[in-house]
Design a protein around this ligand. Sequence first.
Ligand SMILES: [Zn+2]
Ligand SMILES: [Zn+2]
Length: 335
Amino acid sequence: MYAPGDVRVENRDVPAIVEPADAIIRVAAACICGSDLWRYRGIEQLTGPAPMGHEYVGVVEQLGSAVTTLRPGDFVVGSFFASDNTCEICRAGYQTHCVNRRPGAATGAQSQLLRVPLADGTLVATPGQPDADLVPSLLAASDVLGTGWFAAVAAEAGPGKTVAVVGDGAVGLLGVLAARQLGAERIIAMSRHADRQKLAREYGATDIVEERGDAGVARIKELTNGLGAHSVIEAVGTQESMMQAIRATRAGGHVGYVGVAHDVSLPGEELFFSGVHLHGGPAPVRRFLPELIQLIWDRAIDPGKVFDLTLPLDRAADGYRAMDERTAIKVLLQP
Ligand SMILES: [Zn+2]
Ligand SMILES: [Zn+2]
């Protein structure tokens, strides 16, 4: 990405092993993230041309000498932060906060070849070579599914719970799927788009709320005996969506927030008196990858349905436009 709205596909140097823990993978599929749009729209600053993409699946082409868990030819799913998966923070399940993490490491995944640092900690091999129709779902596990899943876990979605989901992008929709898998009793999707409502219902939403802001909060309260939801997933990252999530949560309830926050500031006094739990941040996708890969492999879940547009990599610019204009929920790029 050269500048807001300016995406180009061009030849770059072929990545090589730099550190012994690195892997080079041949990308089988990549995609555009809702978080890429912050820069595309000029809301997040871009300093010079930046290689884009952090969601990927592919085949291991080359391994550094220190990598022990992978072999060339393995089909792998990676998380968007490189992590060692061995430090205390990783072992507690917070790999995105790994003491050795490489935040920018998996950038440039919208490409044919990708260098992944800390390969043992970051990449998980699938049980075998996947059928072609499983590839989009495995790709979803790399971020949007893992992120929606973390949001549902952070919001403590589970049996007997009413879960509300703020945001009808791919993460919000997969938050619905996750809440369903975790056994939530009732799932309220907040969306005003017919196609997204339809997918939300397919993924397990029992109710749809079209109102937003205070009107949306009022509607959630109406549906929950005036109390608010037990669990609320926040998957947008704006001031309005965050406050909508907090206000739609009952006292003692949990907000799982995963929309990358932009200019959000929380009013201390309102927070103090709300009595809600807040937990979120960049999802430790790596924690959930083994379980999610197995669910996909067994065809128990179909998160790949969020990809409603597939383009060859050289048309990436069209993919950004489609996501920016919201004509596509999520765009898969085929190198
Ligand atoms: Zn992403
Ligand atoms: Zn770690």
